[in-house]
Design a protein around this ligand. Structure first.
Ligand code: PMP
Length: 439
């Protein structure tokens, strides 16, 4: 088969988050997707170990999503999002409210995870101002947190490469991250050690004054920085400290939302209810760009005061609640509910963990962490070349027909929630082979 890579010009498209010059030397292109598999441009089947980018939870090529989107575009392609509405956005929000954690059933639609994060941070600032706490403008994130690429998200995010080039919002600060392999290596389930790291919020309160802090945002499970699990009791403690000081707690569930941990949201998995939840990705199974912020009633209610013609939150996007995205999301919820996908990660959790831990003795492996249908496999870095070994594993796996994601020297796995047991075996065997081959 003639590979499109041989005929395409690779000069014009500036790829995101990619070393473009390196990619042009050895392009990897995907051309089709069905179920658990991509097809590469040279016609090979590639098992999807990452659900695209943590988003294709119901697997690829679901016809009913395509049909719902096409039907909607024919019926009404677009409706203005300000001062006008359309029924589907209200229906979709109502359905989302039904699976939301208790009380978080006020839904604000966005176009992506980054937009959801910036929206949640802005809601937090607006809320504090509305309750007479306008001095609370400081936003707290966490080291090794990833919250997208908006200026708000970059400010609270804790990835050096995201922060180095861009100036963050003044006053933002960070909790320490919770990754401590020395104490928690190969933990089965949540790490036993590290709940006390939540007290960092108390420390920041003592440092800056509670009256300056609007919100704290964390990923319940940090995904993009290598699957970092919250120590047992950590999130509960963070909730308690935030509440005590009038600080809103935001969970960034762009990755963990919609069944990744075997519950609709990580908030349910951990039994901790934040004030706001940011989502995207699995919301539409990755088929149409869309995000949503789940907001607690008490937060929205505080903004619904003042004169009736007052716009409560001066914020929104042209594509907020886009009809095609809502149609996709409704079809996706149908699939999730009919096929039990929002709980399947829980059914497979133990088996998945055992399968991943079988790599414990494989070459280069220094730690393995799993939760729901997520895994992080940490490798020893090659001398003087951080991230190089994991990148070689990624390329080797792709050549063998498995798509994985690597971040630094950590392999991150998050297959579609329809993954079959035999495919879990294939994922493990392929990674083991690759680890044996790389130096
Ligand atoms: N928050 C988290 C936790 C994420 O993982 C991501 C994307 N990986 C984002 C925000 C940003 O989402 P997007 O790329 O859709 O803007």
């Amino acid at each position: 088969m003639q590979s499109p890579a041989n005929t395409l010009s690779l000069d014009e498209y500036w790829m995101p988050f990619t070393a473009n010059r390196q990619f042009k030397a050895a392009p990897r292109l995907l051309t089709r997707a069905e179920g658990m598999y991509y097809t590469s441009d040279d016609g090979r089947q590639v098992l999807d170990g990452t659900a695209g980018l943590w988003c294709v939870n119901a697997g690829h090529g679901r016809r009913e999503i395509a049909t719902a989107v096409a039907d909607q575009l024919r019926d009404m392609d677009y409706a203005p999002s300000f001062q006008m509405g359309h029924p589907l956005a209200f229906q979709f929000a109502e359905r989302l409210g039904r699976i939301a954690p208790p009380g978080l059933d006020r839904i604000f639609f966005t176009g992506s995870g980054s937009e959801s994060v910036d929206t949640a941070l802005k809601i937090a600032l607006a809320y504090q101002r509305a309750i007479g706490q306008g001095t609370r403008t400081r936003l707290i994130g966490r080291e090794r947190g990833y919250h997208g690429v908006g200026f708000g998200g970059v400010s609270v995010g804790g990835i050096l490469n995201n922060r180095r080039t861009f100036i963050g919002l003044p006053g933002s600060d960070h909790l320490r991250h919770t990754h401590d392999p020395a104490r928690n290596r190969f933990c089965q389930g949540l790490p036993e050690h590290g709940a006390e790291l939540a007290d960092d919020l108390e420390r920041l309160v003592q440092l800056h004054g509670a009256e300056t802090i609007a919100a704290v945002i964390v990923e319940p499970v940090a995904g993009s920085t290598g699957v970092l699990l919250p120590p047992r009791g950590y999130l509960e403690r963070l909730r308690e400290i935030a509440t005590r000081h009038g600080i809103l707690l935001i969970f960034d569930e762009v990755i963990t939302g919609f069944g990744r941990l075997g519950t609709p949201f990580a908030a349910g998995y951990f039994g901790v209810t934040p004030d706001l939840i940011t989502t995207a990705k699995g919301l539409t199974n990755g088929a149409i760009p869309m995000g949503a912020v789940f907001c607690a009633r008490h937060v929205q209610d505080a903004l619904m005061t003042g004169p009736e013609n007052l716009i409560e939150l001066f914020h929104g996007y042209t594509y907020s609640g886009h009809p095609a995205a809502c149609a996709a999301g409704m079809a996706v919820l149908d699939i999730y509910e009919r096929e039990g996908l929002l709980v399947r990660g829980g059914e497979l959790e133990t088996e998945w963990r055992q399968a991943m831990l079988s790599l414990r003795d494989a070459a280069h492996v220094t730690d393995i962490r799993t939760i729901g249908l997520v895994a992080g496999i940490e490798l020893a870095s090659r001398d003087g070349a951080p991230a190089a070994r994991a990148y070689d594993v990624f390329v080797d796996c792709f050549q063998q027909g498995l798509l994985i994601r690597v971040t630094g020297d950590i392999i991150a796995l998050s297959p579609p929630l329809i993954v079959e047991r035999a495919q879990i075996g294939t994922i493990v065997a392929t990674i083991r082979d690759a680890l044996n081959r790389v130096r």
